[in-house]
Design a protein. Structure first.
Length: 147
């Protein structure tokens, strides 16, 4: 009897596609001044956070040439953590723009743009932040247990 192995991560090309959509949406928003372009990554992020199904990733999955398990897999919890941060900051950017705080909108969008661009280059800033958060929580727990 064959066993079915459940994939424990998201194929890297799908994560990279999501990052590229974020970067592209931010560029379109900032250079056109039309911050409604941010709705694409915001809604994709919200659907991923709330429903566990990011529609950008689901759409890109159609174009994989190999089985998802044959790609290098990214951790789902890291992806979720990053998506929460990116979606929050992009929502703040859209709200800032709608409120007339254009420089603040650019600042929020720039943070996400930098993180997504760096991730596309190979270093996950959000993963590093999550690791540091876990280290801080662990050290705090150890310190509390020793007291």
């Amino acid at each position: 009897m064959a066993t079915i192995q459940k994939i424990q991560g998201v194929p890297r090309p799908l994560v990279r596609t999501n990052q590229a959509v974020i970067v592209g949406s931010i560029l379109l928003s900032v250079f056109t001044g039309f911050y409604w372009f941010l709705l694409l990554p915001i809604l994709a992020g919200l659907s991923g956070i709330v429903l566990g199904k990011n529609f950008v990733i689901l759409f890109a999955k159609r174009f994989l040439r190999k089985a998802p398990s044959e790609y290098l897999l990214e951790d789902k919890q890291d992806l979720r953590f990053n998506q929460i941060i990116a979606t929050s900051l992009l929502t703040l950017a859209l709200l800032a723009d709608l409120s007339g705080y254009h420089l603040l909108a650019i600042a929020f969008a720039a943070l996400v743009f930098l993180a997504a661009s760096i991730a596309l280059a190979g270093f996950c800033v959000g993963c590093w932040l999550r690791f540091q958060l876990h280290q801080w929580q662990y050290r705090r727990k150890i310190k509390k247990d020793l007291a």
